[in-house]
Design a protein around this ligand. Structure first.
Ligand SMILES: CC(C)=CCC/C(C)=C/COP(=O)(O)O
Length: 289
């Protein structure tokens, strides 16, 4: 449907209700607010107002381009041609909305759950216990423990498993470092950066290295150690608790830990695929001797 402006032949009196912001001009003539063009007197006023400047900066490509494009396929309400592909971009995608909502909930929930983020927080007294859980999922004790077991192991099977565990832990550090460096998500504002032995990428929070390690090591232990049922449950509880403690300590947002578990779980599949067999190990040992 053509706009009132188009119908009135470009500014003559039309007898319609004047547009809200425009109204009757000083000369008594009605002025209509075009959907695609802003009257020049408003443009001048907007130029000096930072809020409207920001709004204009975020204005849709349709509205911004509507006044001058010649390669148009659609007519706007003001008779201005508007490229159809630009109009499509105006519609925020369902995925975009879902992601923004998820992030908003994530930030809100993580802040609320960061109850051990400092001593003064509501559960501040539990912070030392949470830090103990943190140490149990840290890379250093795991690397030292695996190296010690490898050194002490006197069976071929034991050496095979511990060496592969060592490889898995190193692989985990590399993969988490790469993802952290790519995503560069800052740790929550309420986190106190008082962790011991960190790499420079550990200033970033996505994904949680503790969560990837906990998930991967839990799968590793369950697959390669003969454990009684209660101990298997304990391993799973430990992994879950390591993840939970990251959020309670304020180190991570919930999505960092959730993705960390997901990544760690599938990292174990990679470890299985790259498994160093006894044959490979023997040839490695042979080269070392
Ligand atoms: C120095 C070594 C060997 C490992 C660093 C382990 C570490 C501090 C990871 C960070 O974990 P989050 O991403 O869960 O905070």
């Amino acid at each position: 449907m053509p706009s009132p402006k188009a119908r009135s032949g470009g500014g003559g009196r039309s007898g319609s209700v004047p547009a809200g912001g425009g109204g009757a001009g000083g000369n008594g003539r009605y002025e209509f607010m075009s959907l695609t063009r802003t009257p020049s007197h408003l443009l001048q006023r907007q130029g000096s107002d930072p809020t409207s400047a920001r709004l204009r900066a975020s204005e849709s490509p349709c509205r911004r381009r509507g006044s001058g494009s010649s390669s148009a396929s659609t007519s706007s309400a003001g008779g201005q041609p508007v490229p159809e592909e630009d109009c499509m971009r105006l519609n925020p995608s369902t995925l975009g909305i879902a992601l923004s909502s998820l992030l908003a909930v994530d930030l809100w929930l993580s802040k609320r759950l960061g109850v051990c983020a400092c001593e003064d927080a509501s559960w501040g007294s539990v912070r030392p216990l949470m830090k103990l859980v943190e140490v149990s999922g840290h890379g250093i004790p795991w690397l030292l423990g695996a190296a010690y077991c490898l050194y002490k192991s006197d069976s071929a099977a034991g050496q095979e498993v511990t060496l592969n565990l060592l490889m898995a832990l190193l692989l985990d550090l590399v993969l988490v470092g790469v993802v952290k460096a790519l995503v560069r998500r800052r740790r929550p504002a309420h986190n106190r950066m008082d962790m011991f032995a960190t790499f420079s990428v550990d200033r970033y929070s996505f994904p949680s290295g503790h969560a990837t390690r906990a998930a991967m090591c839990a799968r590793f232990l369950l697959a390669h150690l003969v454990l009684a049922a209660p101990l298997r449950v304990l391993v799973l509880l430990w992994a879950a608790f390591v993840g939970l403690s990251r959020v309670l300590l304020g180190r991570h947002n919930v999505t960092d830990v959730a993705f960390g578990f997901f990544m760690g779980y599938f990292q174990y599949n990679l470890v299985e695929a790259l498994w160093l067999s006894p044959v490979v190990l023997q040839s490695m040992m042979g080269q070392l001797e």
